[in-house]
Design a binder for this molecule. Structure first.
Ligand code: ADP
Ligand code: DP6
Length: 362
């Protein structure tokens, strides 16, 4: 029996992931690349116990034993089944997963991102001890590990690189890749699955003045899960492929340059435009998907107001009403006080860029 404990950070995307390649959906290959900041301070801690068995799984989340019929069990169950399929040796063990997030689960704070990054990292530790050959083939570096995290939840792939900081998740195959998984030989299938992976572009030290402020806008769980929402978007949004192409070819390279130059004002404008673009894609979906609420809109107005004479902040929203606001150390207190006026001081969390997952003493 081995017992591994890890801590994995969440991440916040500025170039968003919203959709899987329709033919490769099962393997969570995205339609476009995305780019995120690894977040210091919002994390999942997971303890994984692995012993010989026949593929049984138990899952405890935030102190509660999750039963197979509960909705939180689904992602974990699907994940483990994919693992067994891709790496049959893993079926010969039982898995006990005990995990806790230090922030609200399923409230748009990307708990699945840090959750599955932690799971993949813990599996890496377990395989190293139990199955050295499997470890070498599938788990021995961050690139491979990012693929296993992705099979749990797409955004988790960006929480894997050990250096953390600014991370890009490469899309791998193009969106119109014509072959289906069942039509390609096993070796090619493996190459395709591993063609989409994450890597760190800049370490956190590249931009120590950057601040990432999380605001908790409303309690409770969101209406449409990202997984279902993005599927609806791909199916019904008539301008989806234009958005994918525009962000991939025009915006992503520009954003990387702006981060390299630490050009905050121009980056901030791009961050807000890309968040607006994501939510426009959701509005183009039929039926329309709406994640932002009145408080989110109030935050947008406050940020625009703060930026009137000089660009000091940028907002971004994922599949929920919580805002994540970027700023620089010199404006931190002004920006966070303004956000606190809207959501209350207790709902404002100031963080920075951080490193990737680590093993911790059990
Ligand atoms: P979020 O926006 O927070 O990622 P999702 O609805 O996409 O929300 O995902 C939430 C799901 O992620 C939970 O139902 C659960 O299955 C999974 N999850 C959350 N935290 C963990 C964790 N620590 N370990 C494993 N899975 C987790
Ligand atoms: C809006 O990673 O939660 O946060 O791959 O189906 O688990 P699955 O989806 P998920 O989607 C995240 C979407 C997003 C944007 C982003 O993080 O890039």
């Amino acid at each position: 029996m081995v017992k591994i404990t890890v801590r994995a950070p969440t991440n916040i995307a500025i170039v968003k992931y919203w959709g899987k390649n329709p033919l490769w959906e099962y393997f969570h290959i995205p339609t476009k690349s995305s780019l995120s900041f690894t977040v210091d301070g919002l994390y999942t801690e997971t303890m994984l116990e692995v012993e010989e068995g026949n593929g049984e799984v138990s899952f405890t989340l935030n102190g509660e034993e999750i039963k197979p019929e509960q909705k939180e069990f689904e992602y974990v169950d699907v994940y483990i089944k994919k693992l067994f399929e891709l790496v049959p040796e893993t079926k010969g063990y039982n898995y006990r997963v005990v995990s806790k997030n230090n922030f609200p689960t399923a409230a748009g704070f990307a708990s699945s991102a840090s959750g599955f990054a932690a799971m993949a990292k813990a599996l890496q530790g377990a395989m190293k001890e139990l199955e050295p050959e499997v470890y070498e083939e599938y788990f021995s570096d961050d690139k491979k590990l990012s693929v296993f995290a992705r099979l749990g939840s797409g955004s988790a792939t960006r929480s894997i690189p050990s250096e953390g900081g600014v991370v890009v998740w490469h899309k791998g195959i193009p969106m119109d890749f014509p072959k289906r998984p069942e039509d390609v030989p096993d070796e090619e299938k493996k190459d395709i699955i591993f063609s989409s992976y994450a890597e760190s572009l800049f370490p956190p030290e590249h931009w120590p003045e950057l601040r990432i402020i999380y605001t908790k806008v409303k309690k409770g769980e969101k209406a449409v899960k990202s997984r279902a929402g993005m599927k609806m978007t791909i199916k019904t949004n008539p301008v989806y492929s234009q958005w994918v192409e525009y962000e991939e070819n025009k915006v992503l390279p520009r954003v990387i340059d702006r981060i390299a130059d630490k050009n905050f004002p121009q980056l901030a404008n791009d961050i807000m435009m890309m968040s607006n673009g994501l939510h426009a894609m959701m509005y183009y979906t039929e039926p329309r998907i709406r994640y932002l609420n009145d408080t989110s809109e109030q935050i947008i107005d406050a940020v625009l107001d703060l930026n009137e004479s000089e660009v000091k902040a940028a907002y971004t929203f994922d599949a929920g009403p919580n805002a994540v606001v970027f700023t620089l150390a010199q404006y931190e207190s002004e920006v966070s006080s303004r956000l606190a006026e809207i959501v209350g001081k207790e709902n404002v969390f100031v963080t920075k860029m951080g490193k990737g997952p680590v093993f911790v003493e059990g």
